[in-house]
Design a protein around this ligand. Structure first.
Ligand SMILES: [Zn+2]
Length: 563
């Protein structure tokens, strides 16, 4: 998803009517910042939602067939999800999710109605006899109700387009798929494929993920639209987009590009959506073929900024470059392209094809995709723009919480996962210091992990093995610690030397870095212990390549104080 606007809580320091003479005696307290969310205790709901416990881990999703009817007037959704899964161990219960405000009409296994127990948004399904490890089962989960809008994009929204016709969309990454359909609502396990059948009034269009298989007039004023998803899919990516959409199309080689917009947007969209082709070409250049070729690529107009729905990317960036008409990284590069087309589609590679197995490690989606923006800029507008664009992200970084959060509690990491994530990957490119090797590494990483759900440890292990070096302390400092590594320098101009070391939380932090003169960088190998080297440069001419490595630099005097 795109960057969530950061909420600043302004805490005023008030003296609450204390008499004026007391002000000196009672110095103003600096308000204590909210504790990092890593320290905030999870609720029981967080654990039910986030933990990959026994009744999730005992099975492996194979296929969903979501078959529903959406009523734009009553604002209701109902129907069934056929869930096919393989048992991984013998058990009598599995865990699914459906928001508590929606009704479970029945759950059946063949002709047998199953018992179930609801706990907040969790639905435990109980079987009359033991399901056997290795065997495949299929149940039909029937439900109905009026989903309630909540969260940033509403989860599911029933709106009207400018002409008053229904405009219904889903975007539920934070809220979860269970806000509108019954599913195994977590990140680790994805079905291998999915069928999405949506019945809507005859005069409307539904665009979902996957390849359109056909439409069937149901004879009661409703038409069913059938889509087939040929790949594993995150449950939050499953999407409905219902409106009086008009369609236009293009192709990139064999890949169909399908565009759906409101009738009044058609001319603007034909101009703006021309950016989709060079975007896909840029990402294919770095990572290989578009990962959902059998499903095609779609771009669909929606009333919110945008979301990476797999093979059905949603778009609400007002048909203008930048991000909601802003110069997103404020260095003059962002106005050259449409941020939402480039960012949300980048998720097809990282987020949708390569997915994190827990929300804790969501930088695998957002840090990588933000870095993909930088790669797009490099490919289309050149290296200088890319470096400017990447470093423009520095001012958005907070460094107040680690990027990787506690797992098992479904808590979204802080915004730094986007910007610091991208700057970290740019730093890693400088650590590799061999672009041919770097391009091969990130392409191989994508190809190795595509269609998998992975954790940060998998990324670190792969990179270490491919490079034949141990960069674990570097990953850990950037992803699991709060502070940036600081390069400390102490000059002895009389002796013609400079002493240097890393000040970092990771004792083994040993990242190489380029220093000296900009056109003739020298790579040094600092550790967390002091080293001394000859340095003919005056202190004020000694530079550190902070545009290639995201680090702090401080100069200390001989006594060890900051100058
Ligand atoms: Zn995103």
């Amino acid at each position: 998803m795109s960057f969530r606007r950061f909420l600043t809580v302004v805490v005023a320091t008030l003296s609450f009517g204390a008499p004026a003479f007391a002000q000196n005696a009672t110095p103003q307290q600096t308000p204590r910042p909210a504790p990092p969310s890593t320290l905030r205790a999870p609720t029981r709901a967080d654990i039910l939602r986030g933990e990959y416990g026994r009744y999730r881990a005992n099975n492996d999703l194979l296929f969903y067939h979501l078959d529903i009817r959406v009523d734009p007037v009553k604002k209701t959704v109902g129907g069934k999800n056929t869930i096919r899964f393989k048992m991984l161990r013998d058990d009598t219960r599995i865990q699914l999710e459906l928001y508590a405000n929606l009704s479970v009409d029945k759950i059946v296994y063949g002709a047998t109605p199953l018992k179930f127990e609801r706990d907040l948004n969790t639905v435990y399904v109980d079987f009359p006899e033991t399901l056997k490890s290795g065997r495949t089962y299929s149940i039909d989960f029937h439900y109905s109700g009026a989903p309630q809008e909540q969260g940033r994009f509403g989860g599911i929204t029933f709106r009207s387009d400018p002409t008053g016709k229904p405009w219904i969309n889903t975007a539920c990454e934070g809220e979860g798929s269970s806000i509108w359909w019954p599913s195994k609502d977590q990140w680790r396990d994805e079905p291998e494929g999915m069928e999405i059948s949506v019945a809507i009034p005859n005069d409307l269009v539904n665009v979902s993920n996957g390849r359109l298989q056909g439409k069937t007039d149901l004879g009661d004023g409703y038409t069913r639209w059938d889509y087939l998803v040929h790949y594993p899919i995150n449950s939050y990516n499953v999407s409905l987009n219902i409106a009086s959409y008009v369609h236009f199309e293009d192709r990139l080689g064999d890949l169909p590009l399908d565009f759906y917009v409101l009738p009044g947007s058609l001319e603007k969209a034909k101009v703006q959506f021309a950016q989709a082709k060079p975007m896909i070409e840029a990402y294919q250049h770095f990572f290989g073929e578009y990962p959902f070729a059998k499903d095609g690529y779609k771009l669909i107009e929606v009333p919110y900024s945008g979301m990476e729905h797999q093979s059905a990317v949603t778009y609400g960036n007002r048909f203008a470059n930048g991000y909601l008409e802003r110069d997103w990284t404020e260095v003059g590069v962002s106005p050259k392209f449409d941020f939402i087309i480039i960012h949300e589609s980048g998720h097809e590679w990282f987020g949708n094809a390569v997915s994190a197995a827990d929300v804790s490690d969501m930088w695998i989606h957002e840090g990588w995709t933000t870095y993909l923006e930088c790669l797009y800029v490099e490919q289309v507008f050149g290296y200088d723009d890319a470096l400017k664009y990447t470093n423009g992200y520095k001012k958005k970084i907070q460094n107040k919480e680690p990027i990787v959060q506690q797992r098992g509690i479904h808590r979204s990491p802080p915004q730094d996962m986007y910007f610091k994530g991208a700057l970290f990957l740019n730093t890693l490119r400088s650590v590799v210091n061999d672009d041919a090797k770097w391009w091969k590494l990130i392409r191989d990483l994508f190809q190795h992990f595509k269609y998998q759900n992975i954790m940060t440890e998998d990324v670190v292990k792969f990179v270490n093995e491919q490079l034949g070096r141990d960069l674990t302390p570097v990953f850990d400092q950037y992803l699991r610690r709060i502070a940036l590594p600081t390069l400390e320098l102490t000059f002895d101009e009389k002796a013609g030397t400079v002493a240097y070391r890393w000040n970092a939380d990771e004792r083994g932090f040993n990242m190489p870095i380029r220093v000296g003169k900009r056109d003739a960088w020298q790579t040094i190998q600092p550790t967390t212990d002091w080293k001394v080297m000859a340095n003919p440069l005056p202190k004020d001419q000694f530079e550190v390549a902070t545009d290639l490595y995201y680090v702090n630099v401080v100069v200390l005097n001989a006594a060890g104080y900051k100058q």
